[in-house]
Write a protein that binds this ligand. Structure first.
Ligand code: FPP
Length: 242
């Protein structure tokens, strides 16, 4: 556990800008995603070195099926390549890998690769990397409700704590810092429930270029935030009656 409260325990990242990064080099979009995987592997270690315990990244959204077939299949293939290329290194680096998202629509090959990545890193604890794949924040809320109903949960038993236990990220604390690269300023259906009190950091940097300098800038911005969780500013004295 992080001893320094100014370091976020959990960082969520929308890794945006791979397509533009590739296009600027007259390369296919999938090439940008490939560079994105390399950037992710670097980022995992950099965040771990800085004391972040959980890193959750958006790799494929429930809505990404709308992309051209070659990009969708390219992304799926890239997962297999990434697991083959980097899993041993991640395991050696103490990274625990988890995947969240709807696995029902991905190929058996991909499901097997995920299962292998999860089981072979299950003993690790330096940092928890969660890859959100075929994931959407709304999907997560729906699947949580469905599973609660299947378990026979009565309406009066439903509260925030109960639903949180059914969410795909129930094993992690809520994200403290939510980063989006690539210049867009939106959530795009990522971690809707969990980001209720996250601090947001948006950067123009395209994901393949996101490096340690950018990570330090994001963590520095986070340190300067006054987190109130609905309370009052820390410097404001509480007036006593009478
Ligand atoms: C957004 O960039 C990025 C994605 C939709 C995919 C991100 C995926 C990776 C970095 C690969 C991760 C894979 C594994 C195995 C963890 P974009 O394509 O929307 O870029 P653009 O906004 O420039 O078009």
């Amino acid at each position: 556990m992080s001893t320094n409260p100014s370091v976020p325990r959990h960082v969520a990242v929308v890794m945006d800008g791979n397509g533009r990064w590739a296009r600027r080099r007259f390369m296919p979009r999938v090439y940008g995603h490939k560079q994105g995987v390399d950037a992710l592997v670097r980022a995992v270690n950099a965040f771990a070195d800085r004391g972040v315990e959980y890193l959750t990244v958006f790799a494929f959204s429930s809505e990404n099926w709308k992309r051209p077939n070659d990009e969708v299949s390219g992304l799926m293939g890239l997962v297999l390549v990434a697991v083959a290329k980097y899993l041993a290194k991640m395991a050696g680096d103490g990274v625990r890998v988890r995947i969240v998202g709807d696995r029902s629509k991905v190929s058996n090959k991909l499901r097997d690769a995920w299962a292998h990545a999860e089981s072979s890193t299950a003993q690790n604890s330096r940092i928890n990397l969660t890859v959100a794949f075929n994931y959407g924040g709304r999907w997560d809320m729906v699947q949580a409700c469905r599973r609660a109903i299947e378990d026979g949960v009565a309406p009066q038993q439903v509260d925030e704590a109960l639903l949180a236990r059914y969410m795909a990220l129930s094993f992690a604390p809520d994200p403290d810092l939510f980063i989006r690269t690539g210049g867009e300023m939106r959530i795009s259906n990522f971690m809707l429930w969990q980001s209720a009190y996250a601090e947001f950091f948006f950067t123009e940097r395209l994901w393949p270029d996101f490096d340690e300098t950018d990570i330090d800038a994001a963590l520095q911005a986070y340190r300067q935030r006054d987190r109130r969780f609905g309370g009052i500013p820390a410097e404001e004295p509480v007036l006593q009656p009478g």
